[in-house]
Design a protein around this ligand. Structure first.
Ligand SMILES: [Mg+2]
Length: 417
């Protein structure tokens, strides 16, 4: 028997606080312990449930549900307001515990992080041991429980941490990834939302094992390139590294080479919009936003320029990012024939958690999410382009002198428990 390759060593840990906001309230208010606590505010308001305790989940209450619905399902629920500042403080304490074990901690939301402990064994023991110690030390420091997954990849560690909530510890040994995932519902994998699940159900696919057994050709026929990625994920294959939070060396980019070089500004604008739509759809499906937008322009003489700008506020919205892309590209296009255009989003990160509690842009977000659903169903070119092209261009943003960087994106969507 040969040794497993180094990269399949057990070294990734996913840590997820259990019912975080509700757990903090129960910790700070002993009279709430053992009770159905619903964090979100006045149940007669138009808000949604931010988090609820496990006691409330038994009534069918869950995150993102309208508070009024939660009240109907669970009239005895104890509704408490969101104290974002307090949760941020506790989150920092938890992250500080995690950083005792390795500097490579990638926080993906207020209550969730990946660790790469490959270099930490000499000090703290192997990944299994570190997983156990994290659980003990988080309780000691914060009084809160976490669920922990230990695996060879981020994908499998994340699925593992979610499997035995609350207070779980699930270790998936190297080589066991595919067998571990096989019996689980396909929805447990990253990148399988309701629409994709529906299409896979149409093919008779319900479990990850069934997905893994499907020929890649059948998957790509149904889902395009995404099908190949899903096949890898079904086997637990995921090369995404754990990075420190806010790592700038990551981007999502789309580019295209014209069949015939182009100089028509309207066609340039339309192409930038199509590229931007591709980029922002990927940002949204990964649950992340871009702090910086860059464009790449190559002319008929093969001269390539890259221009980028930092947004006043991170975004995953097509219109905002496209407008910046047009502004950046226009001066580089004038009087030239253009061979290639690219749009990329960098400085990626999870949305500031506090904005989870804001409702200001929720309407726009619902429109965008509906658009994403249409795009998944009918393809990229079906939506909204004409209406965007009719509108005036944007006010200027601040300019960032740094050049763009390429990388890949692999962050999971935010978890609600
Ligand atoms: Mg959680």
């Amino acid at each position: 028997m040969t040794a497993a390759p180094a990269r399949s060593r057990l070294h990734i840990i996913h840590v997820d606080l259990d019912a975080f906001f509700a757990a903090v309230e129960q910790r700070d208010h002993p009279e709430l312990r053992g009770k159905p606590v619903i964090v979100g505010g006045d149940p007669h308001s138009r808000g949604v449930v931010s988090t609820c305790s496990y006691e409330a989940r038994k009534f069918g209450v869950h995150s993102a549900m309208p508070l009024r619905t939660a009240l109907q399902l669970c009239p005895q629920g104890i509704f408490v307001p969101v104290d974002g500042r307090k949760y941020q403080r506790v989150s920092r304490d938890v992250m500080a515990v995690l950083k005792r074990f390795t500097p490579t901690v990638e926080q993906v939301s207020i209550d969730e992080a990946f660790l790469d402990v490959a270099g930490s064994e000499a000090l703290f023991g192997d990944a299994r041991e570190i997983g156990r110690r994290i659980k003990v030390e988080v309780v000691e420091v914060t009084g809160l429980t976490v669920s922990v997954g230990v695996a060879t990849t981020k994908l499998v560690a994340k699925v593992a941490s979610d499997l035995r909530k609350p207070d779980g510890l699930v270790i998936v040994e190297p080589g066991e990834e595919a067998a571990f995932l096989a019996p689980l519902e396909i929805r447990r994998l990253w990148g399988i939302g309701p629409k994709t699940a529906e299409r896979l159900h149409g093919l008779g696919i319900r479990t990850v094992g069934e997905l893994a057994a499907l020929p890649i050709s059948a998957l790509t026929r149904e889902l395009g390139d995404h099908g190949g990625t899903l096949h890898d994920r079904a086997l637990g294959v995921d090369a995404d590294p754990v990075t420190g939070g806010g790592d700038p060396a990551k981007s999502v980019s789309h580019e295209t080479t014209f069949a015939v070089d182009v100089s028509d500004p309207a066609e340039i604008d339309r192409t930038l919009l199509a590229l931007t739509e591709g980029v922002t759809a990927r940002l949204r499906s990964a649950g992340i936003r871009a702090g910086t937008v860059a464009v790449k322009v190559r002319d008929s003489q093969f001269r390539t320029v890259t221009r980028q700008r930092t947004l006043s506020e991170p975004s995953d919205l097509t219109e905002q990012i496209w407008r910046v892309a047009v502004e950046l590209a226009r001066p580089e296009i004038r009087g030239k024939k253009i061979r290639l255009l690219g749009v990329s989003a960098t400085q990626l990160g999870a949305p500031e958690q506090i904005s989870m509690f804001e409702v200001a842009d929720q309407k726009q977000r619902r429109v965008v999410e509906a658009t994403d659903a249409v795009r998944r169903k009918f393809g990229d070119r079906a939506v909204t382009r004409a209406s965007l092209l009719d509108r005036p261009l944007p006010a200027p943003f601040e300019r960032d002198p740094n050049s763009a960087v390429e990388g890949r994106v692999g962050l999971p969507k935010l978890d609600d428990d």
